[in-house]
Write a protein that binds this ligand. Structure first.
Ligand SMILES: C[S@@+](CC[C@H](N)C(=O)[O-])C[C@H]1O[C@@H](n2cnc3c(N)ncnc32)[C@H](O)[C@@H]1O
Length: 284
C-alpha cells in the first residue's frame, strides 16, 4: 500500500502543479471588462442573457406574435440594447428579458400601415427605452410619430413610494430625455413630450387619440394602471397594440391585478400573450 502511494505521488504532484499554474494565470489576468460592460455596476439589472433565457424569450415571442423562429429577432434587439444603453444617459428600467420582449414583440404585432403609426408611451423615465423602441420600429418598417407622457420631475414618481434618486444617479428631466432621444437617432420633430400625469385631464386632451400602439409604463399602482387602461380603451385605434409593462412582476402586484380585472370586464382589448413581464393586448 505504502509502495503504491509513493508510486502515485509524482503523477498527483504533476496535476496539482498544472492546476496551480492555471489559477495563477487566471488571477494574473483578472479581467473585469465583461463584468463592467454587461454586469450590474451602475445599473439595477445586468445585461447578460443565458441560453435558457434566450430560448424562453424566443418561445414566448413566437407564441405571442406567430413568428416561428424569434431567436434572430431577439439577438438583433440584444445587440442594439447593449450599444444604446452604453451611449445613453441613465438606463432602461427592467430586466434584460423584459426589455427585449417589448422591443421585439410589439413591432412584430403591429400591422403594416401606409401612414406613420401613432405611438404613445406613458411613463418614459430617461427615454432610453423610447429611443430603442424608435430603432426597432424603423427596423420593422414602421415610420412613426411618438407622444411621451411623464412628469419628468427629477425623480421617478410612484404612489406610496418615496421620492428617491435613481440608482443610476441620473436626474429624470426633460434635458436627459431629449439627449437620449437624440442619441437614439430620434427625429425630434416627430416627438411630442407632454409633461404631467396621465390622470391629468389637461394632459389627456393635449395627448389626443387614435394611437396604433400604447405602452403603459407610468403609475404602477392598481388604481393608476386601472385608470390608464380605461384611458387606453378610448384612445386606441382599431387594431392597436397595447403593451402592459411589468405584468406579473412581483415588485408591482397592482399591474397584474388591474389588467386581470380589466380583462374580466367589458373591454375592446384581448390578450395576445405574455413575454417576460409584459402583456400584449390588441384592440378590437
Ligand atoms: C418605470 S418608469 C418608466 C420606464 C421606461 N418606460 C423604461 O422602459 O425605461 C415609470 C415612469 O413613469 C412616471 N410616472 C409615474 N406616474 C405616472 C403617470 N401617472 N403618468 C405618466 N408618467 C408617470 C415615473 O415618474 C417614471 O418616470
Amino acid at each position: 500500500m505504502g509502495l503504491l502511494r509513493s508510486a502515485l505521488r509524482p503523477a498527483a504532484e504533476k496535476v496539482v502543479t498544472a492546476v496551480a499554474a492555471r489559477v495563477a494565470v487566471r488571477n494574473h489576468i483578472d479581467d473585469v471588462g465583461s463584468e463592467l460592460l454587461y454586469g450590474p455596476a451602475g445599473r439595477l439589472n445586468d445585461r447578460t442573457l443565458t441560453r435558457a433565457q434566450l430560448d424562453l424569450l424566443a418561445a414566448q415571442v413566437r407564441d405571442t406574435t406567430g413568428v416561428a423562429d424569434a431567436v434572430p429577432h431577439v439577438a438583433q434587439a440584444y445587440r442594439m440594447l447593449v450599444g444604446l444603453e452604453g451611449r445613453c444617459v441613465g438606463r432602461i428600467a427592467g430586466t434584460t428579458s423584459n426589455i427585449l420582449g417589448k422591443l421585439v414583440a410589439a413591432p412584430l404585432l403591429l400591422p403594416a400601415r401606409s401612414r406613420p403609426v401613432r405611438v404613445l408611451e406613458i411613463g418614459t423615465l430617461f427615454g432610453v427605452f423610447a429611443a430603442g423602441f424608435h430603432q426597432q420600429l424603423l427596423r420593422y418598417g414602421h415610420a412613426h410619430d411618438l407622444v411621451i407622457v411623464d412628469p419628468l420631475e427629477t425623480v421617478q414618481l410612484q404612489p406610496e413610494r418615496e421620492r428617491a434618486t435613481d440608482p443610476s444617479g441620473t436626474p429624470v428631466t426633460l434635458g436627459t430625455l431629449l439627449v437620449n432621444l437624440r442619441f437614439g437617432g430620434v427625429d425630434l420633430d416627430r416627438v411630442r413630450v407632454e409633461r404631467g400625469l396621465s390622470s391629468d385631464p389637461s394632459v389627456r386632451s393635449a395627448v389626443g387619440d387614435f394611437f396604433d400602439l400604447v405602452i403603459i409604463d407610468g403609475d404602477h399602482s392598481l388604481a393608476g394602471v386601472a385608470a390608464d387602461l380605461a384611458w387606453a380603451e378610448r384612445i386606441a385605434a382599431p387594431g392597436a397594440v397595447v403593451v402592459m409593462d411589468d405584468y406579473g412582476d412581483p415588485g408591482w402586484p397592482g399591474v397584474q391585478q388591474a389588467l386581470d380585472a380589466h380583462l374580466a370586464g367589458e373591454t375592446r382589448f384581448s390578450l395576445r400573450g405574455v413575454v417576460s413581464t409584459s402583456a400584449f393586448l390588441v384592440a378590437g
